[in-house]
Design a protein around this ligand. Sequence first.
Ligand SMILES: [Zn+2]
Length: 331
Amino acid sequence: MTESDSATLTALDLNLTDSSQHSVPTGDHHTVVANASQHTLQAADNQDVEANSSSCSSPTAPEFIAPMTFEQNQEKLKAQLTAGFKGLQLPDDSLLKFVDYCKADRVIVEVNQIVSLFNGQCPEIGCNGIRNVTDQKIEGGVLLITHRCSEGHGGVWSSSAVLAEKRGQKLYVSSVLLASSVLVSGNNFEKVSLLAKGMNLKYVSSSFFSRMQSLYALPSITDLWSKMKEVVWKVFENDVLVICGDSRMDSPGFSAKYCVYTMMEHYLNIIVDLEVVDKREAGGTSTLMEKMGCKRLLERLMTNLKLGEFVSDASRVIMKMVRELKGTCIE
Ligand SMILES: [Zn+2]
């Protein structure tokens, strides 16, 4: 189950249409990714993470209709989850502008092809001047062309819409999307920038990416995940759950620094919670991180949901800890 449980994206990789596989339906995933991108754009535009909020509808309280077979109950839960997640994906009025930004088509174009369009006859009506490019530069993956004709007409053209402007500094939509899309698609900056380098595609810098990540993308993703978790917990609140748990380290062996422990509902393959443990929290012992993450999650889930069974791998540390918590451990 650890195939997709990276620290931030597992929360988004929820499978609602096919409970037999832990793969993500392309359409749903894209919608959620786009939704996270819109929130990121909104956060960047607001220039204030605190102000980033959206009104998302909560699922209605489940109605219990007895008698119901196990399969019927699963279908009911699946429908409630689907409705709850769709509610989160509906943009409110404050998000509509950012939805349009996200939906705008983008292509890869060679710079020379664009520059050549600015050389030649001035497009100003009645002007017979010849226009030339006087300056061109690329900032944050955005091409800026300064052009001027012999009669004085001119301006600055940019390859992206402006998202926000502060103290004369422009923040471009493409720059923010280049940075935030890395996170919401489950990638990492080094890999994607290497791809860009391979084709000489001008990309955002590492420092810009870090700034976008910490200021806008991560708070937006965390906000969306917490809302999704609310939906999941609400839907499962009356059911006795079979929970599967496993951990994933950020790197193999004893060099691991972070551990992500993920809890998944067994029948619908829905992630119900996850926990990230830092090696420093475990006293510098990476092997203790898994136990810490699992314990925190079990304690949290036992408080908020009804746990019937907990399924994990045959880790002696985990089994001992679960016995101490007085749970049921199935290997
Ligand atoms: Zn002109």
